[in-house]
Ligand binder design. Structure first.
Ligand SMILES: *[C@@H]1O[C@H](CO)[C@@H](O)[C@H](O)[C@H]1NC(C)=O
Ligand SMILES: *[C@@H]1O[C@H](CO)[C@@H](O)[C@H](O)[C@H]1NC(C)=O
Ligand SMILES: *[C@@H]1O[C@H](CO)[C@@H](O)[C@H](O)[C@H]1NC(C)=O
Ligand SMILES: *[C@@H]1O[C@H](CO)[C@@H](O)[C@H](O)[C@H]1NC(C)=O
Ligand SMILES: *[C@@H]1O[C@H](CO)[C@@H](O)[C@H](O)[C@H]1NC(C)=O
Ligand SMILES: *[C@@H]1O[C@H](CO)[C@@H](O)[C@H](O)[C@H]1NC(C)=O
Ligand SMILES: *[C@@H]1O[C@H](CO)[C@@H](O)[C@H](O)[C@H]1NC(C)=O
Ligand SMILES: *[C@@H]1O[C@H](CO)[C@@H](O)[C@H](O)[C@H]1NC(C)=O
Ligand SMILES: *[C@@H]1O[C@H](CO)[C@@H](O)[C@H](O)[C@H]1NC(C)=O
Ligand SMILES: *[C@@H]1O[C@H](CO)[C@@H](O)[C@H](O)[C@H]1NC(C)=O
Ligand SMILES: *[C@@H]1O[C@H](CO)[C@@H](O)[C@H](O)[C@H]1NC(C)=O
Length: 815
């Protein structure tokens, strides 16, 4: 039996262990009093352990700073820095303590003050405490009166509940400034503050240059913010004698979120912590898009990201220097078509322009209790008044703001914004009305021709300029609005009654679609994707975020997505009128679509495809255009759905040959169906079919009917050559159609259906042809009209003839 080691040895070993094997113990305290101090690795922890205050060094730096970070998050995320401009170089000499004479919080290095919590309020028994919302407070232990708090001196991060703006009583302005870089917390040039003007608004500045405005508060939110279908945070705004500020809270208070200025990318980012992925997720950025660039379109110009070019003059205005404007240099802005003259007796009126981020508010006057009518009178009576608006849009609106100078930095806000009333000569308003009712026919034709010419000429002139702008667009692309909520499966399951069959709207190419209703009453359409995507979750998410950026009034809006386990779902806005095929192929419902509605649908679909092909940055080829993928909103406006799905599922090519053919027989271009060759021209072919179907109210029976005399294409081609194309027109429209428009549509469709892709027009040509009176080329023989031919190679697929052209082909190895 071995002797136990002597006691002295154990003592020595324990000492040794505690001295050398264990790192110096890091003390965590709940509060700090005047007799205590904080040094080395010791930290001050908030009550429930959410946050921690201590010394840190940025990743790539040896400088030491006093800061606050999340204790409950494994990734060190600094939310506040005390001595951001005075780093400590010798960490062993750093001490945080309360000066016992002055009762002020000081940070010392070798007993020299590096930073102090300056306050005019004194305390008797000081106590330093970190709260669970991240606020470091110095207060009186007895009276609990706060003499200093870190929330009054934000750095680059706005935490929930933290206020940005002015505390007039204590003379404090709370503003954010970005870290210079991720290694250097000292203030960079990017700042954000509340502008203390008559009509306050938050704004971001890059140095001394205004960079982006949020627009003034409109009772619900800041005017530049689109209304979010599924908001995850709420803002509150205070504007009174003692305070001018805003703050935000997360609707689900168990989420962890922060807003931070990023100098490198010159933007404000909103991040949400994902517990499952143990990482921060980008939720939204500001600026949201290129149109947020301060003053991009100059005075009296308005920016609409959905238009090309994005800058347009307000109604009644024209570019001041057209040559520069046409070259996309908008700095000079716009001027009135007819100058206003207060002393003249001309009648004055106001043009009501809806859906705007209100212009820069520096030169404004506000009365919160005036009505819109009083506001109008006020504006009319004051010669310098250029425009007016309600300050509060809740209910029927209230309050009055008037603008006394040039209108700068107006943006068209999709799903949001408010009305602005711009002063102009009554004659300017009236001319517009007269034009549209009397001389419309004469003018439109001529104008369209001129515009078409200008567009073509302009296109070539600005092409090179545009290239460089596109490069810029790429950088800016990262700053786009990412407010794409990721919903959990439970929410979706609830909304759709657990994907009940009575909620099923249909089965599309990439999965089933369900109707649903969220807890707040909003109706949604949920696309539950089949699980054949070979993509990983992360890739899929990135793709969805890209697709969510495709925004156009003729595209269905993606509201969010859900990814859990094997489940991948896309959440879209709900379209009450279902899809186009449920009208044009239904003997009763087709009567609801007269020619003007059909023509509107044709033009809308064309513009939507044009946007996908050309105007969006992603240059999407849809690959599955068909009547059932054209949805109709309450006003029968068409919205294309399933765009970007081929991109997501069908591989990464944008043009060329694919192993996986995605599409629907009956709509597929021959080169695509046979060789898997796809291009924007195969979409044009599908559009041609759609056009014929809308005009005729008949389905193209596809290519699988060897016994059928002629399919729709063949039929149309035959009638065209026999000089009686009107026999194609849907009888249910009666005589109530515009002959020239119908003929033009048939003509354009045949041009789209030509056998060789290079003969087919591009979508921009299609849009021009549909809207102009220009002479059209004679179509050559269409693809796929024959009874026999290469098409028979595919007849093996036609087991069930009547349904084959419904069948969406998603997996097919091209030979
Ligand atoms: C910090 O506090 C410890 C004891 O709590 C004390 O020994 C030390 O001298 C203090 N350091 C400074 C710099 O005040
Ligand atoms: C750290 O600094 C070095 C030298 O300044 C630099 O080369 C390196 O890229 C930096 N690393 C990070 C992660 O910033
Ligand atoms: C407290 O601050 C005063 C004024 O700055 C200074 O004179 C004094 O030495 C400080 N006391 C201690 C204990 O650090
Ligand atoms: C502290 O604040 C006062 C005014 O409240 C100011 O005069 C003084 O310069 C400030 N001191 C420091 C070190 O910031
Ligand atoms: C911010 O300002 C700096 C210096 O004036 C400039 O170089 C930079 O391009 C600006 N950034 C943006 C995004 O405007
Ligand atoms: C200003 O509003 C804040 C927040 O609603 C309130 O606490 C404060 O008392 C108000 N001050 C005045 C002078 O009305
Ligand atoms: C709030 O978020 C937590 C954590 O993500 C989640 O578990 C909870 O269900 C959410 N609550 C609501 C009401 O959405
Ligand atoms: C800003 O963005 C860059 C690039 O994504 C990132 O590396 C950096 O950490 C960000 N800075 C802050 C303060 O979040
Ligand atoms: C404004 O109208 C008045 C009266 O019609 C006229 O005398 C004056 O010259 C006009 N002023 C301008 C700047 O057009
Ligand atoms: C604001 O408008 C109301 C209602 O017209 C009026 O009673 C009040 O005097 C106005 N206030 C100011 C400061 O003009
Ligand atoms: C117009 O109204 C503003 C704000 O009330 C005022 O400062 C200005 O003097 C007025 N101008 C005229 C010509 O009445």
């Amino acid at each position: 039996m071995a002797n136990p080691p002597p006691k002295s040895f154990i003592k020595a070993a324990t000492l040794f262990l505690s001295l050398f094997l264990f790192s110096p113990p890091s003390v965590a305290v709940d509060f700090l009093t005047a007799s205590q101090n904080l040094t080395g690795a010791a930290t001050l922890v908030s009550e429930k352990g959410f946050f921690e205050l201590g010394f840190f060094s940025p990743r790539n730096s040896t400088n030491v700073y006093l800061g606050i970070w999340y204790k409950i998050i494994p990734i060190r995320t600094i939310v506040w820095v005390a001595n951001r401009e005075n780093p400590i170089v010798d960490s062993s000499a750093a001490v945080l303590k309360i000066n016992t004479t002055t009762n002020v919080l000081v940070l010392l290095q070798d007993n020299a003050v590096v930073w102090l919590a300056n306050t005019s309020k004194s305390v008797e028994i000081p106590k330093l405490q970190l709260l669970d919302n991240g606020n470091l407070v110095l207060k009186d232990a007895k009276s609990e009166v706060i003499s200093w708090q870190s929330f009054d001196y934000p750095t680059d991060t706005l935490l929930p509940g933290m206020k940005l703006g002015w505390d007039f009583e204590n003379g404090i302005q709370r503003r954010l400034s970005a870290w210079k870089s991720s290694d250097d917390p000292s203030p960079g040039s990017l700042t954000m503050e509340m502008m203390n003007t008559n009509y306050p608004e938050p704004a971001m500045w890059n140095g001394s240059k205004e960079f982006m405005r949020s627009g003034p508060w409109n009772g619900l939110q800041f005017s530049a913010k689109p209304t979010s279908a599924l908001p995850i945070l709420v803002y509150s705004y205070v504007n009174n004698k003692s305070e001018l500020s805003y703050s935000y809270e997360l609707i689900n208070s168990s989420l962890i979120g922060r807003m931070v200025l990023n100098q490198t990318l010159t933007r404000r980012e909103a991040w949400i912590w994902s517990d499952s992925e143990k990482n921060w997720k980008l939720y939204a950025t500001m600026p949201r898009d290129y149109c947020d660039t301060y003053g991009l379109c100059g005075a009296f110009g308005s920016c609409n990201i959905e238009l090309t070019p994005a800058c347009q003059c307000l109604q009644g205005f024209h570019p001041k220097v057209p040559e520069k404007w046409n070259l996309m240099d908008y700095a000079d802005g716009c001027v009135r078509n007819k100058p206003l003259n207060c002393s003249s007796t001309d009648k004055l009126g106001f043009a009501q322009i809806p859906g705007l981020k209100l212009p820069d508010t520096q030169l404004t006057w506000v009365n919160e209790s005036m009505s819109l009518n009083e506001c109008r009178d006020k504006c009319l009576r004051n010669c310098s008044c250029v425009a007016f608006a309600n300050t509060d849009i809740r209910g029927s609106g209230s309050g009055c703001a008037i603008w006394l100078g040039d209108l700068i930095d107006i943006k068209v806000v999709r799903r949001g914004g408010q009305d602005l009333y711009v002063r102009m000569l009554a004659s300017e308003l009236e001319t517009k009305k007269k034009t549209s009712s009397v001389v419309v026919g004469v003018i439109i034709g001529a104008t369209v021709l001129v515009i078409a010419g200008l567009v073509l000429i302009g296109f070539y002139i600005i092409r090179s300029k545009r290239r460089s702008l596109e490069g810029m667009g790429k950088d800016l692309g990262q700053q786009e609005d990412l407010e794409l909520p990721f919903l959990d499966l439970a929410t979706i399951s609830n909304a759709t009654d657990n994907f009940a069959s009575y909620n099923k709207l249909g089965e599309g190419g990439f999965g089933a679609v369900f109707r649903g209703r969220l807890a707040d009453g909003q109706e949604i359409a949920v696309k539950r994707l089949s699980s054949y995507s070979r993509q990983g979750t992360e890739e899929f998410k990135n793709e969805v975020i890209l697709i969510a950026k495709l925004q156009h009034r003729n595209l269905v809006k993606l509201l969010g997505c859900c990814i859990e386990g094997e489940e991948k779902m896309l959440i879209y806005e709900y379209m009450p009128n279902n899809s186009l095929d449920s009208f044009i192929f239904d003997n009763d419902r087709k009567k609801l679509l007269d020619w003007s509605k059909r023509f509107n649908i044709i033009c809308g679909v064309a513009r939507g495809i044009l946007y996908l092909h050309q105007d969006s940055r992603l240059r999407i080829i849809h690959r599955d255009l068909k009547a059932s993928n054209v949805l109709l909103d309450i006003d029968m406006n068409p919205k294309i759905s399933d765009f970007g799905m081929a991109r997501t599922f069908g591989g990464d090519q944008t043009e060329g040959n694919t192993r996986r053919v995605v599409g629907t027989y009956g709509y597929m271009a021959p080169e695509y169906a046979i060789d898997g060759q796809f291009s924007i021209k195969s979409d044009v072919f599908s559009f041609g079919i759609l056009l014929l179907e809308i005009v005729s109210g008949k389905k193209n029976r596809g290519i699988f009917r060897p016994n059928q005399a002629l399919n729709l294409i063949g039929h149309a081609w035959k009638l065209w050559n026999e000089g009686k194309p009107l026999e194609l027109v849907d009888a249910s429209m009666g005589e109530s159609y515009a002959l020239s428009e119908v003929l033009r549509c048939i003509h354009v469709s045949l041009l789209c259906l030509q056998q060789h892709p290079e003969d087919r027009p591009t979508m921009s040509n299609v849009v021009l042809m549909l809207s102009s009176e220009s002479t059209l080329a004679q179509p050559k023989q269409p693809g796929f009209y024959m009874e026999t031919g290469p098409v028979e190679a595919y007849s093996h697929s036609s087991k069930n003839e009547s349904s084959t052209n419904e069948l969406t082909i998603t997996l097919m190895e091209a030979r």
